[in-house]
Design a binder for this molecule. Structure first.
Ligand SMILES: Cc1ncc(C[n+]2csc(CCOP(=O)(O)OP(=O)(O)O)c2C)c(N)n1
Ligand SMILES: [Mg+2]
Length: 332
């Protein structure tokens, strides 16, 4: 594994704080109806992303996930201003404002969405890895899914073929305890999701998903295995989401106390504690980071506000049109 230095801790702190504040801003502008449709926030799960990015080679590795997908492309290198603009439905967004919250995509940075069909990204992730193996590229795909998604048949079909073909892919379940309002306890007779890998003899195991160090360490091993031809791995990250499933969620399925318990092991606080204990930064330096984060969130908001909506005649430019089927014409 790449060493976890003082610089890594400081980057983790700044990145995770930015992701958290970026999404807090999204929640605020959603209430003002500037962002519409669904909005699934990642608050609480940031250590999974921070640790994973440390383990990846960002010049060639790939990432694909479900609809809780706003901050991952930013971590992969996409401009956060374009992500916020996409959420506003503006023409400067990552998909020209046509995708919206659940469909952030950044081919340039090898981030492949952004998928609203639960479990739909699992076979697609294996497909990306298949392409790399077929064309003899040494990239690794990290494919994320929720605890609800692992109950989809697509996971089992994918695990079977990924093992048979020894694809360079790391499957990561972000077990945040709930699929919408249904807890993992109410979903299956066993709660150790990582054990689903055993049936396919896939290397697998549980990981503390609130701690970026544990995540970085386990994902590094899995990425190394995949890159060296050792095939897939399945990791279950034990994590938590602080906010509701989407924005309209009364959260009757859990107690406030439960949320508070998880806040005690908040990934950002954990990283900040190490920074303070090891004297990696002074209080003033931490304040400078906090200000930088605040300013960047503001800059993103301003950029999205100032951008134009897509022109009406561009509305169907990105809709699939079959040339030999002339009966439906989308173009205005
Ligand atoms: C095939 C399919 N079935 C149902 C839904 C409705 N749905 C959207 S999110 C969700 C819960 C998924 O939970 P989980 O996989 O744990 O991911 P999380 O939201 O916790 O990140 C469901 C059932 C859907 N989008 N697609
Ligand atoms: Mg879940």
């Amino acid at each position: 594994m790449k060493e976890i230095t003082k610089e890594v801790y400081l980057k983790w702190y700044e990145d995770m704080l930015f992701w958290r504040k970026f999404e807090d801003k999204l929640a605020a502008v959603y209430i003002q109806q500037k962002v519409r449709g669904f909005l699934h926030l990642y608050n609480g799960q940031e250590a999974v992303l921070a640790g994973s990015l440390h383990a990846m080679d960002l010049t060639k590795d790939r990432m694909i996930t479900a609809y809780r997908n706003h901050v991952q492309p930013i971590g992969m290198g996409e401009d956060p201003k374009r992500v916020m603009a996409e959420l506003y439905g503006k023409s400067t967004g990552t998909s020209g404002g046509n995708g919206g919250s659940m469909h952030i995509f950044s081919k340039e940075h090898r981030f492949y969405g952004g998928h609203g069909i639960v479990g739909g990204q699992i076979p697609l992730g294996a497909g990306l890895a298949f392409g790399d193996k077929y064309f003899k590229r040494d990239s690794v795909t990290l494919c994320y899914m929720g605890d609800g998604a692992v109950r989809q048949g697509s996971l089992h079909e994918t695990f079977n073929l990924a093992m048979l073909w020894q694809l360079p892919v790391v499957f990561i379940c972000e077990n945040n305890g709930y699929a919408m309002g249904t807890s993992v306890e109410r979903t299956a007779n066993h709660q150790e999701i990582w054990k689903l890998g055993l049936g396919y003899e896939m290397p697998c195991g549980p990981v503390d998903g609130m701690d970026p160090v544990s995540v970085a360490s386990e994902v590094s091993k899995a990425v190394e295995r995949a890159r060296s031809g050792g095939g897939p791995t399945f990791l279950e990250m034990k994590t938590y989401r602080y906010r509701g499933h989407s924005m309209s969620d009364a959260q009757h399925y859990r107690t406030k106390k439960e949320v508070e318990e998880y806040r005690k092991i908040d990934p950002i606080t954990q990283v900040l504690d190490v920074i303070k204990k090891e004297k990696y930064a002074s209080d003033d330096e931490i304040k400078t980071i906090d200000k930088r984060v605040k300013d960047l969130v503001k800059e993103c908001e301003q950029f999205a506000e100032d951008s134009d909506f897509p022109a009406l005649d561009q509305m169907y430019d990105t809709v699939y049109e079959q040339e030999d089927y002339p009966f439906i014409k989308h173009k205005l």
